[in-house]
Design a protein around this ligand. Sequence first.
Ligand code: GLN
Length: 256
Amino acid sequence: MTADSGHAPPTTPSADASKGTIRVLQLYPRDMNIYGDWGNALVLQQRLKWHGYTPELLEYNVGDEFPDDVDLIVGGGGQDSGQLVIQDDLQSRAETLRGLAEDDTPMLLICGTYQLFGRFFKTRSGSVIPGIGVLDVETHGTDERLIGNVKVTTTEFGEVLGYENHSGQTTLGPGVAPLGTVPKGTGNNSKDGQEGARYRNIVASYLHGSLLPKNPAIADYLIRTAVERKYGSFTPGGPDDRYAVLAREHAIRRPR
Ligand code: GLN
């Protein structure tokens, strides 16, 4: 497949032409980064450049010093074992992360990180991993693994496409809204046909793939929100969506 449509890709602004710097923090990439979730940070980096801003990619792993002046946070999925590894450190950062969330920092929380930003995740084997309670959700592991391609219908971002693989089933409380409904796939749980959660500027979702290469509307929402929060207003640039369009066309045809 080719993405060559005959025109040159948009250029990246030189540092002196930058409209500003956005600091993107990836949470626990060492232990929470499966099915290519790191790709979400790379998409934010590239799209920030296309919009004329300078991205700074930061990582936070267990035991690190928490960086200052974070503008946007992304967290990926993980095995239950990875979630057990980060649980104590995450609790030690709970107040900081809750403060950032309540202060409207945009965040993308995928699968295992989504679960641990909720109240708790009780794994299949019965361990209860406490969450940090940013999101009014709780998750119970079951013997049924929810696996496959997913299509989500959302009012904010149109059709959202991705891939799920989790044992945890998440139930939303009244403090959050669902990201959307699921015409294909399972999403939060095998009962209510909903996927993901929205709270303040947080987008939480079970979808890997990674999510953002196929869903630039979500990437641009996170970028716009981060820029507006820091600089007051956002002027978009000219992102090159050719590969995103092709990836969406491909993903939408995939069987469950
Ligand atoms: N370990 C969690 C579960 O199985 C999260 C999985 C994931 O992040 N893909 O539900």
